[in-house]
Write a protein that binds this ligand. Structure first.
Ligand SMILES: Nc1nc2c(ncn2[C@@H]2O[C@H](COP(=O)(O)OP(=O)(O)OP(=O)(O)O)[C@@H](O)[C@H]2O)c(=O)[nH]1
Ligand SMILES: [Mg+2]
Length: 377
C-alpha cells in the first residue's frame, strides 16, 4: 500500500493533487486541519493499495482497469496452481481492495472507543466487521455486540462458537414477527413497482389454500400495467382460486361481497412509485375502507436504507401492519431485514426467496435473519 501525505491551504486544491498523483482509486485515510499559518493548513492522508509496478501516476490502476477482461472462467489446476480469473491482475486488485477495506475497518474500530478486546481484532471485532459488511447500521452492530459482551465473560467470549451463538440470540430477540394466526381475513399487498407483489400474492394464495386448507379469493386492482391482469389470472387458474379484477372502489366492495363466504381474501395492488403521489392516492381510493385489513408492505431485501425510509413514509397511508421482504435471493447484504423492522417499528411477516410459485416463500423468523447475517447454514 502506498500512503502519501498532501498539504495545502485549500482542501479542494489538495484533493485535486491527491487525484492527480494517486489517481481516482485513491482512498482518503484522514483529513485534518493543521495548527499554524492562520489555522488554514489542511493535511490529507491518502493511500492506494497496488504494487508499485502496477501503478501509473495520475491514472491509478488504468493498466488493469477491467478486472474481468483478463480472464474467462475461474479454475484451479490439479496441482493447486491458480489459473483464469484467480491468477489475473484483476483478482489480485480485488483482493487488495478487500484487504484495504479490512484495514480501514480495523482503524475505525481503534478510533471509535470500543473495549480493548474489540480493537485487538478478537472474535467480536471480526463479528462486528461481518455485520457491517452485511449492511447493518453501525449503531445496531455496536448495540448487538455490547449485549454480547455483557452476557459473556471475557473468557467465554474468546470462543468463536459461544460468541456467535450469543450474537445470534441477540439478533433473534430483535426481530419482531407477525405470526400467521395474527393475519386478518383480508390481506392487501402494497409496495413500489416490480418488487414482487403479484408473485407473492400467488405464493400466499398457495400457502393459505394448500397448507391451511382455506378457501381463497383473489382481488386485483392492478389494471395499470400492460399484462398485469393476465399475470394474476394465470396464477389464479393454476392455483384454482377465483379472481376478480377491479377498477373502482364500488367494484372492490362488490368483489368483497361476492367473496363473503371465503376464508381469506388476498388483494393485489398495482405497483406505484413512492414518488407518484397521484397514483398512490388513486390506489388508496380503490382499496377497501371500513374493513379490517392486514396490509403488508412489500420491499426487496436489496433496498437501500434511504430508499426504504422514503417508501415507509409514502406508503404509510395504506396503514401497513407488517413488512414483507422479497427477493432475498438477490442480495448478500441482509442487514436491512433487521434495520427495516426497527425503522418501521413493525414486525416481519414473510420472506420471498425466489421466482418460483409457490415454493419460494417462507414465514419470516429471527433464526433465518440471524443465519443470513452470520452466514450460518
Ligand atoms: N429473484 C426474485 N425474483 C422475484 C421474487 N419475487 C418476484 N420476483 C420477480 O420479480 C419480477 C416482478 O414480480 P411481480 O410479482 O410482477 O412484481 P410486482 O410488484 O407485482 O410488479 P408491479 O405490479 O409491476 O408493481 C418478476 O420477474 C418476478 O418473477 C423473489 O423473491 N426473488
Ligand atoms: Mg403486480
Amino acid at each position: 500500500m502506498k500512503v502519501k501525505h498532501f498539504r495545502g491551504n485549500n482542501i479542494s486544491k489538495v484533493m485535486l493533487e491527491v487525484k492527480k498523483e494517486l489517481g481516482r482509486e485513491a482512498v482518503i485515510l484522514e483529513t485534518r486541519q493543521l495548527p499554524g499559518q492562520g489555522g488554514s493548513l489542511v493535511e490529507i492522508v491518502a493511500a492506494i493499495d497496488y504494487p508499485d509496478d502496477h501503478f501509473v501516476p495520475g491514472l491509478g490502476i488504468n493498466r488493469y482497469s477491467n478486472p474481468l477482461a483478463a480472464s474467462t472462467i475461474s479454475c484451479q489446476t490439479p496441482a493447486g496452481q491458480q489459473t483464469g480469473f484467480f491468477a489475473s491482475a484483476g483478482y489480485r486488485e480485488l483482493r487488495q481492495e478487500v484487504v484495504l477495506m479490512k484495514k480501514m475497518l480495523n482503524r475505525l474500530l481503534e478510533t471509535t472507543g470500543f473495549p480493548g478486546e474489540w480493537a485487538a481484532g478478537g472474535v467480536l471485532a471480526e463479528l462486528y466487521q461481518q455485520l457491517l459488511l452485511k449492511g447493518i447500521h453501525e449503531e445496531v452492530c455496536r448495540s448487538l455486540l455490547d449485549r454480547v459482551v455483557n452476557q459473556l465473560s471475557a473468557e467465554k467470549s474468546a470462543s468463536r462458537e459461544t460468541a456467535i451463538g450469543c450474537l445470534a440470540r441477540q439478533i433473534i430477540d430483535d426481530v419482531p414477527l407477525l405470526k400467521v394466526d395474527q393475519i386478518g381475513r383480508l390481506v392487501t399487498l402494497v409496495g413500489p413497482t416490480g418488487v414482487g407483489k403479484t408473485t407473492t400474492v400467488a405464493k400466499l394464495a398457495a400457502f393459505f389454500s394448500q397448507e391451511k386448507n382455506e378457501d381463497i379469493g383473489l382481488i386485483s386492482v392492478d389494471t395499470f400495467r400492460l399484462g398485469a391482469t393476465a399475470q394474476i389470472r394465470e396464477y389464479a387458474r393454476r392455483l384454482q382460486v377465483p379472481v376478480r379484477v377491479v377498477k373502482s372502489h364500488a367494484a372492490m366492495e362488490q368483489a368483497l361481497e361476492e367473496f363473503s363466504s371465503r376464508d381469506r381474501i388476498i388483494i393485489d395492488t398495482m405497483g406505484r412509485s413512492h414518488h407518484d403521489e397521484k397514483g398512490l392516492q388513486a390506489l388508496q381510493q380503490i382499496l377497501p375502507a371500513n374493513h379490517e385489513v392486514t396490509s403488508f408492505l412489500v420491499v426487496p431485501a436489496g433496498i437501500q436504507e434511504d430508499d426504504l425510509l422514503d417508501v415507509l413514509v409514502q406508503f404509510r397511508r395504506f396503514a401497513y401492519g407488517a413488512l414483507l421482504f422479497s427477493k432475498l435471493d438477490e442480495t448478500t447484504c441482509h442487514g436491512i431485514l433487521l434495520r427495516g423492522c426497527q425503522l418501521a417499528r413493525l414486525p416481519l411477516s414473510f420472506f420471498a426467496t425466489g421466482q418460483l410459485v409457490p415454493e419460494d416463500m417462507e414465514e419470516a423468523s429471527g433464526e433465518r435473519v440471524a443465519s443470513l447475517l452470520l452466514d450460518l447454514s
